[in-house]
Write a new protein. Structure first.
Lengths: 371, 545
């Protein structure tokens, strides 16, 4: 089972918290990957918050391709690059290192001046998709995200080793964020690619999930025609992100309806619902986006609202705890004990199958019941 | 010189069924003869010869006796059809029909140059695709199975035009969604429809048994099963009752029965569950409908408003010349007739061209096409020429898959619910067949022949009986002869159908649980595997062995 988690804090914090959140949850063979997405960046990144940050890993040739493409598209040279102070790679590390890990902030090209935020969002997405296609065609790298105030790192292999190589266990560099979503992956499929590692990212939406998506095939078949950004499907969990993006970003429905789409109320319960007509229509219309578990989903919206929700039957574990300045959501409680040892554990929340737990940027926790 | 045999004379061994009769066990009660609706049995007297010797030394004497016996009528007109009613009524197990593999009947039975006509379905048996597909993706460990007894399952499918989310009139106010306009009607119903067999094709009592079972399943067991009327009208009393809501009214090219339906409309207290426009059917596609004059009894004449004669529904709707026009004309007028509150669906024969028809309908701009029913070659019929039954038509499985994938390609799966039929349950499990069709992309299935088999029909796909066209149905199901209809115990027939459907419902759960689905797995082709490579490739599911 993948262990997943997300930390949200009033104070910017270092990724070592994320590693510490996951470390006590490791068990069995847990060597197939590590990924994190940081949102609302501080420290080194704070002066460049408004610039889209390109996160990628590539070969040397891949880096040249990216450079040429960004110049061609009018982005120019990066206004900022973070070069992780990595340790020396040695043979004891159990992961396949790429030649370059790029975290580069770019100024938007002149042609985007005067365009709306929405149009800029489309432009950034197109750029990422085109870059991805370019690198895929030659096999020279992976593009993970291209969005302001967002950093993504993904690698395949032993998560502890990856964290060690990138020096993420020690706070010797001010790499900070107010939100970090993270995954340690125990993959059941050895034919893994980097894109299959959670969290997934699309236009400010970040999501990780554990469990198997029973309805993967029908979700995928429905989504691949809905939006040009719904591609890849290297992991069955990408479907959860795409449905979130579709309902919240494309249809502009409030977040509470995400739950109604992925786990609609049974017909019997719908019958007595005051807005039965609406719920029935949503179920009819989006039946191919339903999930059937077993899943826990943790998502971050573009405004950094954090939420978690589960499938309606088979329920993967998840727990939410807080000390008032930091909230952690993760698969198993030892993770919370590690980063929030002094919290009141009795107040931890174990959401049920009809809940969406939502945490705002002020860390206020709301429990929405699907009814 | 007289020959020893006239080889052109028809004898028992020329016929498809031979009567196996045991004189010693027979009491000559005559029940077999009385029950044979095909007059294939008769009493006759046989001359018997014995040679006996009663002395100590051989003194042979030749004795003769005459014995009354039951005998098979060896004519093409009154041939035995293997229905087995004689065996059913014989108190001493003295008689039964046996299949004659050396039959010459298909070659000979063409009186006056007439092709063989019969009912049933294709008798050219091939290994059945659905039986070569297994539910092979079992949820375990990371995706646990559900508990078939404990979990709740939503075993429902839509009938009606389903809108895309952007087409639903939704208003967002105070962080809430609300419907702000009208939409096409959609009913969530049981994924098995009792397929359209008309009053006329069926006896009124057999039709009534299905209607009773439908009502019981709905009212007592909360299973929203719908029954399609077939093209032959409806009893006025039913049309004016609350049970109309369980009925799908069919209109076909003959428009039989619609004068009475239209006249009853002002007095309907419920809307029907749907309207089904029949363009074609899986058995004898392109052939239209046929009710032989033998079955057009007085009450059928009244319901349909016709004189006694062969009733032919033309192969096509005379007023339609294109798909677009059919949407404009028939769909719009039926939608309007029921004030846009009743889903209007279309039924076509599976054919090489049926995906094109589906594709075209999917673009229906008025949102008035509420269902696409596609019927395959293994569907049944009340009357057809054998050549049509055996040699025309298209298997349903791959065509249903093609139609679903065509919709997927356009991102329109589920917009017009796909209902498929034609041989559903023909090897015994309607639940398994329906489940597999649903995984391949159908929303639900419709079934006909298995329904009448549950009522008591003894016909099968290996040439047994299949005399639905003659009016002589030995089970009282496809006849209008009141003496034969009396053979059918309507309540018992309905009860058998209800019990079967209750078991189907449990079986659905037993198939949904192991693949981890609590709602119907429409399009979950990943749940299936095939033990036949060609089938696997065609349906885009894994091949296993």
């Amino acid at each position: 089972m993948c262990r997943i988690g997300c930390i949200k804090s009033l104070d910017p914090f270092h990724p070592r918290f994320a590693l510490n959140l996951m470390l006590p949850q490791q068990k069995g063979h847990d060597n197939s990957g590590f990924a994190l997405v940081m949102k609302d960046l501080y420290g080194l990144f704070e002066p460049y918050k408004k610039y889209p940050l390109l996160s990628y890993s590539s070969t040397a040739k891949g880096r040249e391709i990216i450079e040429a493409y960004m110049l061609d598209r009018g982005f120019g040279r990066p206004v900022f690059q973070w070069k992780p102070k990595t340790k020396t790679f040695n043979t004891s590390y159990d992961f396949e290192k790429m030649a370059f890990y790029g975290f580069e902030a770019y100024a938007l090209p002149v042609i985007t001046q005067g365009t709306s935020e929405e149009e800029k969002g489309e432009f950034l997405l197109n750029t990422r998709l085109e870059l991805r296609e370019l690198l895929e065609s030659t096999g020279d790298g992976y593009i993970f995200s291209f969005w302001p105030d967002t950093l993504t790192l993904k690698e395949i292999g032993n998560p502890n080793h990856i964290g060690d190589y990138f020096n993420l266990w020690e706070e010797n560099e001010p790499i900070l964020a107010k939100n970090i979503m993270v995954q340690y992956r125990q993959n059941t499929n050895y034919d893994i690619v980097r894109y299959a590692a959670h969290p997934f990212f699309l236009q400010g939406y970040t999501l990780c999930a554990n469990g198997e998506n029973t309805n993967y095939v029908k979700n995928k078949e429905a989504q691949q025609n809905l939006h040009r950004g719904y591609i890849g499907f290297e992991s069955d969990s990408q479907c959860f992100l795409y449905t979130l993006h579709y309902t919240h970003h494309q249809l502009k429905w409030p977040l509470s309806y995400y739950k109604h789409v992925i786990t609609p109320l049974p017909f019997d319960e719908m019958d007595s619902h005051p807005n039965k007509a609406l719920l029935l229509k949503l179920r009819e219309s989006l039946t191919h986006l339903e999930i059937n578990g077993p899943n826990t989903i943790i998502g971050l919206l573009p405004d950094n609202t954090l939420f978690t929700t589960c499938d309606s039957k088979k329920l993967r574990p998840v727990v939410i705890g807080t000390d008032g300045r930091m909230v952690g959501i993760t698969s198993e409680v030892p993770g919370l004990n590690m980063i929030l040892p002094h919290r009141n554990a009795e107040a931890d929340i174990y959401p049920n199958e009809r809940e969406t737990v939502v945490i705002g940027n002020d860390l206020r926790i709301e429990r929405w019941k699907q009814q | 010189m007289e020959t020893t045999v006239n080889i052109n004379a028809i004898t028992e061994n020329d016929l498809s069924w031979k009567i196996d009769y045991n004189t010693d066990r027979c009491t000559r009660c005559g029940r077999c003869i009385a029950t044979c609706t095909f007059a294939a049995l008769e009493m006759k007297v046989e001359r018997r010869a014995f040679t006996v010797s009663e002395d100590k030394t051989p003194e042979p004497k030749r004795l003769f006796s005459t014995t009354p016996v039951v005998s098979q009528v060896s004519t093409l007109k009154n041939h035995c059809v293997g229905c087995g009613m004689c065996e059913k009524v014989c108190p001493n197990s003295a008689i039964r029909p046996l299949r004659n593999p050396e039959t010459r009947e298909p070659l000979l039975n063409h009186p006056g140059g007439s092709p063989i006509k019969r009912g049933g379905r294709t008798n050219v048996s091939v290994e059945r695709t659905l039986d070569l597909i297994k539910v092979g993706r079992i949820s375990q460990m990371t995706d646990p199975s559900l508990d078939a007894q404990r979990h709740t399952f939503d075993v429902l499918s839509p009938l009606g035009r389903v809108l895309s989310p952007t087409e639903i009139p939704i208003k967002i106010e105070n962080n809430e969604l609300n419907i702000s306009g009208t939409m096409p009607p959609v009913h969530w119903i049981y994924p098995i429809i009792f397929g359209d067999m008309s009053i006329g094709a069926l006896s009124t009592r057999a039709w009534e048994a299905i209607a009773i079972a439908t009502a019981v399943l709905n009212e007592k067991y909360n299973m929203p099963v719908r029954m399609a009327s077939g093209e032959g009208g409806m009893p006025v009393k039913l049309m004016k009752s609350k049970y109309l809501k369980y009925m799908i009214l069919q209109v076909a090219s003959g428009h039989f029965g619609w004068n009475r339906i239209i006249k009853a409309m002002p007095e309907m207290i419920e809307d029907p569950a749907g309207i089904l426009i029949k363009i074609g059917q899986g058995a004898k596609p392109g052939d239209g409908g046929l009710l032989m004059a033998a079955k057009v009894a007085k009450h059928i004449q009244e319901i349909r408003g016709v004189p006694k004669s062969d009733l032919l529904s033309p192969p096509n709707h005379q007023g339609l010349y294109s798909i677009e026009e059919s949407v404009q004309k028939m769909f719009l007028s039926f939608n309007a007739a029921f004030k846009f509150k009743v889903p209007v669906a279309i039924k076509v024969a599976a054919s090489s061209s049926s995906v094109s028809v589906y594709n075209n309908l999917l673009r229906d701009p008025y949102h008035i096409v509420g269902g696409f029913f596609m019927d395959g070659i293994q569907g049944g019929t009340g009357a057809a020429m054998e050549i049509s039954l055996d040699h025309t038509g298209h298997p349903i499985v791959s065509k249903a898959r093609d139609a679903y994938l065509a919709a997927v390609k356009q991102g329109m799966q589920g917009r017009i619910p796909l209902w498929t039929g034609g041989g559903m349950g023909m090897t015994g499990s309607l639940a398994a067949d329906a489940f597999k069709m649903i995984c391949l992309g159908a929303n639900g299935v419709f079934a006909g022949k298995i329904i009448i088999q549950l009522l008591g029909c003894i016909g099968n796909d290996h040439g047994r009986c299949n005399q639905c066209n003659t009016g002589l149905c030995p089970t009282g199901i496809t006849t209008q002869d009141y003496r034969l209809v009396k053979r059918l115990d309507v309540d018992k027939a309905a009860e058998t159908l209800v019990n079967y459907m209750l078991s189907v419902d449990t079986e659905f759960r037993k198939l949904m649980a192991p693949i981890g689905n609590s709602s119907l797995p429409v399009g979950r082709s990943d749940a299936l595997v095939s033990v036949d490579k060609a089938i696997a490739d065609k349906l885009q599911i894994p091949y296993v062995c």
